[in-house]
Design a binder for this molecule. Structure first.
Ligand code: AHR
Length: 661
C-alpha cells in the first residue's frame, strides 16, 4: 500500500461455475480490478437507525427449553403427556421392574393448572416381597439428551413430594447408565403427608455431559412427586439463562430482541399456541405446552417474563410477537376477536404497566417492579394472506394505539412492493429464505415506497443446498443482503437473522446462527458474518461508489465511534471465486483537522478454503473472522480481496493534534 493508487491488470481465464442460476466468477475477468470511492465527509453521510441490527429468538430447535433456559429436567411436572391419565411420562424412565414398583400418573397435584403428578408404588421391601436392590428403585430423567453436570459447581434440585408414610429418597446425579454417582443427597422425613416443597444442593465430584437425575428409594410405600427441577446455580445474572449462550448474544450487540416466534406464536392449532398468561408466575404453577409446529413440549420455564428479562439483560429492546387470533389451521373471526385483543393489552400492561397495575403487579411480584422497555409489538406472524388478518389487525391496532400511543406496531403484510398497505402500521414484517445468489443482491428495497411504514426484516437467511448446516457461502449471501440493507436503511429500520439457535439433537430447521449441545456451542459463519455489522446500528452511512464489472462484489462504508475513538469501516463482500484487487480512494476527510492512522487500524476477514466450509463441534473455529493490524493506511490504497470472503477495514481516524506521535 502507498500513497499512489496502484492499478493492477490481471488476466483470468475463468471456468463457468453456476449454482442456482447464478454463476460465480462467470464473466471472463479480463480485469479483476475494481475501485471504491468513499466520501468520508459528514455532510454526505446519513445516520442509520439506532435499532438496525437485532436478533430474533424463537422457541424452535430447542432454542429455549433444553437450550438457553438452563433447566436440566425435561417434563418436570409430568404434564407433557396431557391431562388424561394414565399417560406416557417420557423422558422419565423407571429404575426397577414391575415386581418392585409401579409408576403411574395421577390427577392429584397441588398445582391447579398442572394437575398431573407422578405416583410411585414401591413394592420391594414390603412383607412377602423381595428386598429392594441396593441402589433402590425409582425414576430417572435424562434431561434434554443428557444433562451437563460439571465438577464442583452447585445444582439446586427442587421437588414436591407427598407420602402417607415416612420417606427416605435418594436424589442423585449420575452418569447416563446410572451406575456412577456424581452427587447425591437424601430426603428423609416423616412429615410429607401434604405436598411439601423440598430443596437440596448437589455439588458433583466429576464432570459428565450426559448425566441424569435419579429419585430412588429402598423403602416400600407410595410416594408422589411433582415439579422436579434441577437448575445450575451459575446462570446468567442468576436469571436462569445458560451463560455461554447469552454471552454469544451479547457479543452481537443486538439493539432489539424479537420473541418468542415465528410459527411458535401461531401453533398449528390455537390451543397449542404460545399463551403468555400461562407462562408467567411461579414456575411450578405453569402448565407448559406442546409447541405443535416444532413438535416438542416446553415446560415454559422460559416464559413471557423471562423473554423480557433476557432482552433487558443483553441490552436489547424487546419486540413482542403475539398471536393475532390465527394458527396454521384456524382463524378467529373478527366478531370474536375481542378476548385476543384484551389479552394483548394485558400483556403490554404486564411488561410496562406500573407495579400497582393489575398485570404490572404480577411482574413486580416476579422480581421486576420497574417496567420493561416494551416499545414494539407485532400482530401475528406471517398471517397477512389469511382472511381475517386485516380486520383482526385493525382491532388490535386501534385498541393498542388508544391505550399506548407510543407503541410501534408491526404488521405482517409486506408493503415493499409498489402498493401501499391497506392498513396503518409503523413497520411491516418482511421474511426471506432463499439461495445465496438471490439474497446477495443489494438492491432489495431499492424500489420500496419511501412514504409508507418502515420495513422490519425480521427473518432472513440463505437456506437449502447453498447453506447446508451453515456454510461460508450462506454467510456471504447474507452479507451482501445486509450491505443492501445498510444502503436502504432510510426505509429498512430493523433486521434480524433466523433462526438464532439450534440444539444439535433437534435440527428441525437449518441453518441457524448458534449451534449447541449440552455443554458446548459455536457460531456458524452466519453468526460471525453478523459481527461485521454490529457497529452499524446508529452509525453514519457514508456516500460510496463502487466501480466494478463484477456482480460478485459489493461494498459499503460507514463512520462509527467507540469509547471516544472514531473509525471508518469499509466492508467488502466477494462472493466470486476469484481474488479482486480493490483500489480504495477516500475523499472528504476534513483535511485540516483529521487524518487516517495506522495505529488502531484493523483488517478483519471471514473466509475459508472452500465456500461450503462449515464450523462444527470438531472444528468450531474453522470459519471465523481473522483480525490483523494494518501497517500503513492512506487515502488511496489497494487491497487484495480473497475469493469467497467478507473483509472489513476499520481505519482509525485521528484528530490532527494527535499526529505528533
Ligand atoms: O424461522 C423459522 C420459521 O420461518 C419461523 O417460525 C417462521 O416465521 C418462518 O416461516
Amino acid at each position: 500500500m502507498g500513497s499512489s493508487v496502484q492499478v493492477k491488470l490481471i488476466l483470468f481465464i475463468v471456468g463457468l461455475y453456476c449454482f442456482h442460476g447464478y454463476c460465480y466468477g462467470v464473466e471472463v475477468e479480463v480485469n479483476q480490478t475494481s475501485t471504491l470511492f468513499v466520501n468520508a465527509s459528514q455532510a454526505s453521510s446519513r445516520a442509520m437507525p439506532e435499532t438496525l441490527f437485532g436478533i430474533f429468538f424463537e422457541e424452535i430447535n430447542h432454542a429455549g427449553s433444553g437450550g438457553t433456559w438452563a433447566e436440566l429436567v425435561s417434563n418436570r411436572g409430568f404434564e407433557a403427556g396431557g391431562q388424561n391419565t394414565p399417560f406416557n411420562i417420557d423422558p422419565w424412565s423407571i429404575i426397577g421392574d414391575q415386581s418392585s414398583l409401579i409408576v403411574s400418573t395421577e390427577n392429584s397435584s397441588c398445582f391447579e393448572k398442572n394437575k398431573i403428578a407422578l405416583r410411585m408404588d414401591v413394592q420391594c421391601g414390603s412383607e412377602g416381597s423381595d428386598d429392594c436392590p441396593d441402589g433402590g428403585v425409582g425414576i430417572y430423567n435424562p434431561g434434554f439428551w443428557g444433562m451437563n453436570i460439571e465438577k464442583g459447581k452447585s445444582y439446586k434440585v427442587v421437588l414436591y413430594i407427598r407420602s402417607l408414610q415416612s420417606v427416605n429418597v435418594s436424589v442423585s446425579l449420575t452418569d447416563s447408565s446410572g451406575l456412577n454417582e456424581l452427587a447425591t443427597a437424601n430426603i428423609i422425613t416423616n412429615d410429607v403427608c401434604n405436598w411439601t416443597k423440598t430443596e437440596v444442593i448437589l455439588i458433583p465430584k466429576e464432570t459428565n455431559h450426559t448425566s441424569r437425575l435419579q429419585l430412588t428409594t429402598t423403602n416400600p410405600g407410595v410416594i408422589w412427586f411433582d415439579q422436579v427441577s434441577v437448575m445450575p446455580m451459575d446462570t446468567y445474572k442468576g436469571h436462569g439463562f445458560r451463560s455461554q449462550l447469552v454471552e454469544m448474544l451479547i457479543d452481537l450487540k443486538p439493539k432489539f430482541f424479537r420473541f418468542p416466534g415465528g410459527c411458535f406464536v401461531e401453533g398449528l392449532v390455537l390451543r397449542n399456541a404460545f399463551r403468555w398468561k400461562e407462562t408467567i408466575g411461579p414456575w411450578e404453577e405453569r402448565p407448559g405446552h406442546y409447541g405443535d409446529v416444532w413438535k416438542y413440549w416446553t415446560d415454559d420455564g422460559i416464559g413471557y417474563f423471562e423473554f423480557l428479562q433476557l432482552a433487558e439483560d443483553i441490552g436489547a429492546l424487546p419486540v413482542w410477537v403475539f398471536n393475532s387470533g390465527i394458527s396454521h389451521q384456524e382463524q378467529v373471526p373478527t366478531a370474536n376477536i375481542h378476548p385476543f385483543v384484551q389479552d394483548a393489552l394485558d400483556g403490554i400492561e404486564f411488561a410496562r404497566g406500573e407495579s400497582n397495575s393489575t398485570w404490572g403487579s404480577i411482574r413486580a411480584k416476579m422480581g421486576h417492579p420497574k417496567p420493561f422497555d416494551l416499545k414494539y409489538v407485532a400482530i401475528g406472524n406471517e398471517d397477512c394472506k389469511l382472511k381475517y388478518y386485516h380486520e383482526n389487525y385493525l382491532q388490535f391496532y386501534d385498541a393498542i394505539k388508544l391505550a399506548y400511543p407510543d407503541i410501534q406496531i408491526i404488521s405482517n403484510c409486506d408493503g415493499s412492493p409498489n402498493e401501499p398497505l391497506d392498513h396503518p402500521a409503523d413497520l411491516y414484517d418482511f421474511h426471506i429464505y432463499t439461495h445465496a445468489s438471490k439474497l446477495f443482491d443489494i438492491n432489495w428495497f431499492d424500489k420500496t415506497p419511501r412514504n409508507g411504514p418502515k420495513v422490519f426484516v425480521s427473518e432472513y437467511a440463505v437456506r437449502g443446498e447453498d447453506a447446508g448446516q451453515g456454510s461460508l457461502l450462506a454467510a456471504l449471501g447474507e452479507a451482501g443482503f445486509l450491505v443492501g440493507i445498510e444502503k436502504n436503511s432510510d426505509i429498512v429500520s430493523m433486521v434480524s437473522y433466523a433462526p438464532l439457535f439450534v440444539n444439535t439433537n433437534d435440527r428441525s430447521w437449518m441453518p441457524d446462527a448458534i449451534v449447541f449441545n449440552s455443554f458446548e456451542q459455536y457460531g456458524t459463519p452466519s453468526y460471525w458474518m453478523q459481527h461485521f455489522f454490529i457497529e452499524s446500528s446508529g452509525a453514519a452511512l457514508l456516500n460510496s461508489t463502487l466501480q466494478t464489472n463484477l456482480k460478485s462484489l459489493v461494498t459499503s462504508a460507514i463512520a462509527w465511534n467507540n469509547d471516544g475513538s472514531s473509525f471508518l469501516r469499509i466492508k467488502v463482500v466477494n462472493i466470486g471465486s476469484n481474488p479482486v484487487n480493490l483500489t480504495i480512494s477516500i475523499e472528504g476527510l476534513e483535511e485540516n483537522s483529521i487524518s487516517l492512522s495506522s495505529t488502531g487500524s484493523i483488517r478483519t476477514e471471514l473466509t475459508s478454503g472452500d465456500r461450503m466450509d462449515e464450523n462444527s463441534f470438531l472444528e468450531p473455529r474453522k470459519v471465523i473472522p481473522v483480525r490483523s493490524a494494518i501497517d500503513e493506511v492512506d487515502k488511496n490504497m489497494v487491497l487484495t480481496i480473497s475469493p469467497f470472503s467478507f473483509t472489513s477495514l476499520d481505519l482509525a481516524i485521528k484528530k490532527l493534534e494527535d499526529q505528533s506521535n
